[in-house]
Design a protein around this ligand. Structure first.
Ligand SMILES: *Cc1c(COP(=O)(O)O)cnc(C)c1O
Length: 464
């Protein structure tokens, strides 16, 4: 097949650019008929080949009605971030270059990019310069890696080699975590063979940070191996655990401390918010996302570990054919992640950081926090109630009759000016707003707040 690669790739890039140029002016959610999307993609796989130009044309045509404006400035659901121009282009290049970031043999360039991006990230997040960094798919993977390394250590401390002997017959490990932990901790506990029954939930404060007095009581009642999971950035409120006090307590009890900082770890990048994560450097492992607040394309997270050789000993494997393998004392990229074959994510992280610079990152964090507070003020002055201290980029809102809040969320989503999700927080259904996209402006916030208030009014009126 005669393929003009230049034309093919240019078309893909042009389509991506076209989508972005229009994204702020279309409904944030397309609300398509899922059946027709499935039909456009579905049907039997043709037996013969299709020219790549036609494949890409068909993909664009089939996907266009079903694309969500997550890259745009008014998507406030989940903690989505965006995908910055340089990081997106870097990811396109990673695919175009077809680089696998297993080791220096497979991609010397990817190795150098990961190392540089890892060094910068540790500096920006206030983590120890000697920490190891694995470029994983996201915070779920990063939390799983952190807990896996912690499992290795706390069981070794009681004379059990979990890598060799597994968990059958092992002393039980307690995972102490806030009742307001992210659900990925529970999934990691399931995947790693602890089981969710190993989780010892500790009460949280009204803002969703771990109650350190309750943590002390919980630790005092435990005797065996313990992993403490702390959080920087509660997914509802943005609250951060008192990392210094909690980590110090945990270490006094010989526990491993992992911090889930999927988005909240980035608070460290600004002098205005760094106090929220004071003591972060004391932990043993950390997980964060690059695809949230740093605005790197999916899927990209970082797993850090203070004990680099334990990290490598836990995650690496050896095989005779793996040319260029590392060792525990000198690990290769793939010795720090659950998978060996992976896209060279370091290019995109490096590009996102280069694009911003350290001041730009500080400014991005500050701006998102300012915009979250602006959203809270606008909604409050329109009659809404804010349910959290807006310390970071998260806002919890109720408006009107509590029984109709899901109706309001639905109306906001259908209106299309912005997209917000719902959550249940301490027994209440609430609107949940997350500001983490670098392209969001004050006027986006104002337009979105007005749309939320208008939706609430419309729902009240139609309810009579
Ligand atoms: C998003 C999030 C996660 C999970 O991250 P993924 O990137 O989806 O794997 C974990 N913890 C917190 C606090 C989060 O916000």
């Amino acid at each position: 097949m005669d393929v003009d690669l230049h034309q093919l790739f240019t078309r893909a890039a042009a389509e991506a650019a076209r989508h972005r140029a229009a994204v702020a002016d279309r409904p944030v959610h397309p609300s398509p008929d899922q059946g027709s999307l499935d039909a456009a993609f579905g049907g039997p796989l043709p037996t013969g080949p299709t020219h790549p130009d036609r494949v890409v044309g068909a993909l664009i045509a089939a996907a266009s009605p079903g694309l969500v404006g997550t890259v745009g400035p008014r998507f406030f659901g989940f903690v989505i971030g965006g995908a910055s121009p340089a990081a997106t282009a870097a990811d396109m290049l990673a695919a175009g270059w077809d680089q696998c970031a297993y080791n220096e043999v497979l991609s010397p360039a990817a190795a150098a990019a990961e190392r540089a991006a890892a060094t910068w990230t540790k500096q920006l997040l206030g983590l120890p310069g000697s920490a190891s960094v694995g470029f994983v798919t996201g915070a779920q993977a990063a939390n799983t890696v952190g807990l896996a390394v912690g499992r290795q250590r706390v069981l070794a401390n009681v004379g059990w080699d979990v890598a060799r002997d597994g968990l059958f017959g092992a002393p039980r490990v307690a995972i102490v975590a806030s009742e307001d932990r992210h659900a990925t901790i529970d999934r990691a506990a399931r995947l790693l063979g602890f089981g969710t029954r190993s989780i010892e939930p500790v009460a949280a404060t009204a803002q969703g940070a771990i109650d350190v007095d309750r943590l002390r009581t919980a630790l005092d009642s435990l005797s065996g191996p313990v992993i403490v999971c702390l959080q920087a950035g509660n997914v509802n409120t943005g609250a951060c655990d008192d990392l210094r006090t909690a980590t110090t307590l945990a270490h006094e009890h010989g526990a491993w401390v992992h911090v889930d900082g999927a988005f909240g770890l980035w608070a460290a990048a600004s002098p205005r918010t760094a106090h929220l994560v004071a003591g972060i450097e004391l932990a043993d492992s950390w997980g964060t996302d690059a695809h949230k607040w740093l605005n790197v394309p999916y899927d990209c997270g970082l797993a850090f570990c203070a004990d680099a050789s334990l990290h490598a000993a836990t995650m690496s494997y050896a095989a005779a054919y793996l040319t260029g393998s590392g060792s525990v004392s000198d690990p290769v990229l793939g010795d720090l992640t659950p998978e060996s074959s992976r896209r060279a994510r370091g290019f995109a992280v490096w590009a996102a950081l280069r694009e911003l610079g350290s001041d730009g990152l500080t400014e991005l964090v500050d701006r998102c926090c300012d915009l979250a507070r602006r959203m809270a003020r606008r909604l409050e002055s329109g009659g809404a109630t804010i349910h959290n201290d807006v310390v970071l980029n998260q806002v919890l809102v109720s408006i009107g009759d509590p029984a109709r809040i899901d109706g309001v969320i639905d109306a906001v989503q259908r209106d299309g000016t912005c997209w917000v999700g719902g959550t249940t927080w301490h027994g209440r259904r609430l609107i949940r707003i997350s500001v983490s996209n670098a392209t969001t402006t004050e006027s986006d916030i104002d337009v979105a707040a007005a749309a939320i208030l208008a939706a609430a009014t419309a729902v009240e009126q139609s309810a009579g």
